[in-house]
Design a protein. Sequence first.
Length: 255
Amino acid sequence: MGTPQPYAGVRRKGGWVSWRTVPTFVAGVLATLAVAVLLLCRGSARAESPVTDRMVRWWAAVWLRAAGARVAVHDLEHVRPAAAYVVVSNHQSNLDPMVHLQALPLSLRVLAKREMFQILLLGPAMRTAGMIEVDRDSPDFRRIDQAAARSLAAGHSLLVYPEGTTSPDATIGDFKDGASIIAVTSQVPIVPVTIQGTCRIWPPGRSAIHGGQVHIVVGSPLLTSGLTLWVPKTYATRRYSWMTPPARSCRRTRK
């Protein structure tokens, strides 16, 4: 039958072995250490500076280049760099945040799981940069909403993965309401974004990394002006009309 093309390599327990894996993690860890130290030295008082965005974008670019990820962005005219949005996306891989941070011309802050904030140096640096911590087991909605409101009011956009975790097979799961509630509360547009291809580069649950093509499709903003909080349920049920067709093309195929 042959080896599935997206995961060509040598099978080992716990993942696939690829020559690109070690160089990617070495480059990524070094870039993470460098940016973390710089962010902590600058301090939270200067977190709103465009310099922070440039450092975070450089960090993401290092990961993508080392991983051999070739990113193509489609329909970028739907967003304005100076505007604030709640960006919602499907979630295929640990590489997704790097793609979004590097490819979208926005000052992005990310809602990230608590486990990321428990990593030495990385966690404090993420807090300093204005990333928002989410405890998936016991979320403090009041604290999250307040932090999100402050970030949006400062002109940043928020990146949210409303599925809450990576998809094991590139299909799209149920959306949680949090992103829509934040957008409606702050009266900022929701921008649906589809990511396709990262699951072939860094498959969820595996360590091995393979180069490949990634596509980002930016949807038309969904306006929230004048809307009330009953709307998030409606937006959540519309996820398939935003994202399903392109995302499904990322499913593994066999010869």
